[in-house]
Design a protein around this ligand. Structure first.
Ligand SMILES: NC(=O)c1ccc[n+]([C@@H]2O[C@H](COP(=O)([O-])OP(=O)(O)OC[C@H]3O[C@@H](n4cnc5c(N)ncnc54)[C@H](OP(=O)(O)O)[C@@H]3O)[C@@H](O)[C@H]2O)c1
Length: 289
């Protein structure tokens, strides 16, 4: 691959994922030169490959959306999770800094323990309660150590057109069984990849670097989210609230991981639409793959 001459060039890692696909689609639609690299094209844990490809493409921005996202499995293979989310992120951050590219790193509400009942802002203390959250926080630390023009974007409860997600699962289960049981004691903010990707692209045009909380506005429990999905989809489905303890899983989840978009407000950047509006947009466009 020969090094392109000039102009804006955006490299997206994890381009086969939920967010990565949405980013590549939106960037292409804007006519921006984009290099969306899937895991087969760029394995972020391979330090030499990361440096070689980022050197060749010489992007002006790297959006690092690749991650090990299997929250439960991470508990039994922490080394695999850390190799990707921490070391892989270090590799990307160092290579991006070397070519002078801005860096966007996606992080998560799971950096918080969720024990409280008030929202977290970007200065709230982190204290992850599962391996996935610990590994993503380690990634944040590597970004801060090795790069100085970065956006660290913590988001939550992601769904969208591409890949599997809670909305698709609910619609499928609701259609098949007419009834679902959903946890009511985990509260957070669902986030639609279209809104998240649009916000990232808008932020990139600025020099307003830093750590941001970026989710759709408002919050709900998974139970309330499921109720809203069926209401908007006009489906008669019985939704039964259950406690997390009724559905034990290997990884603990924060009970209340609502994130306040304090930095978006401080920097006069637009807040995302409400989670209900986002869901409506998603269901109306009803795009899947
Ligand atoms: N999903 C959520 O609810 C959520 C919530 C908060 C934050 N986030 C963060 O948001 C970002 C995007 O998440 P997402 O929902 O789009 O996740 P996703 O759909 O799981 O996509 C992640 C992508 O990264 C790829 N990947 C995994 N290991 C890799 C490696 N070693 N090298 C290169 N690529 C690798 C995956 O490929 P394979 O599929 O082949 O493994 C996948 O295509 C991630 O940083 C995630 O931690 C997500």
């Amino acid at each position: 691959m020969t090094r392109p001459e000039s102009g804006e060039r955006i490299l997206v890692t994890g381009a086969g994922g939920q967010l990565g696909k949405e980013l590549v689609k939106l960037l292409n639609a804007k006519g921006i030169e984009v290099y969306g690299l899937t895991r087969n094209q760029l394995d972020i844990t391979d330090c030499e490959e990361v440096h070689s490809l980022i050197d060749q493409i010489s992007p002006t921005t790297v959006i690092h959306a690749a991650a090990y996202t299997q929250v439960d499995r991470a508990e039994s293979e922490p080394e695999v999770a850390f190799r990707c989310n921490a070391i892989g992120t270090r590799n990307v951050a160092v290579a991006a800094a070397r070519v002078g590219a801005k860096l966007v790193y996606l992080s998560t509400d799971y950096v918080f323990d969720g024990y409280g009942s008030s929202s977290y802002n970007e200065w709230s203390e982190t204290s992850p309660i599962n391996v996935y959250g610990q590994s993503k926080l380690a990634g944040e630390e590597f970004v801060q150590q090795h790069h100085n023009r970065f956006f660290i974007i913590r988001t939550s409860w992601v769904y969208g057109a591409h890949g599997n997600n809670f909305v698709k699962t609910m619609l499928k289960l609701g259609a098949e069984h007419g009834a679902v049981r959903v946890v009511e004691d985990q509260v957070g903010s669902p986030t639609y990849t279209y809104d998240l990707a649009s916000t990232i692209i808008a932020m990139l045009k600025t020099e307003k670097y830093g750590l941001y909380h970026v989710s759709n506005t408002g919050h709900c429990s998974w139970f309330e989210f499921a109720q809203e999905i069926f209401k908007q989809a006009k489906m008669e489905v019985q939704v039964t609230p259950i406690p997390t303890s009724a559905m034990p899983r290997p990884a603990a989840r924060p009970a209340y991981s609502v994130m306040e978009p304090f930095m978006l407000r401080l920097n006069d950047l637009p807040l995302l639409p409400s989670w209900q509006q986002a869901l409506q947009h998603y269901l109306l466009n009803n795009h899947t793959d």
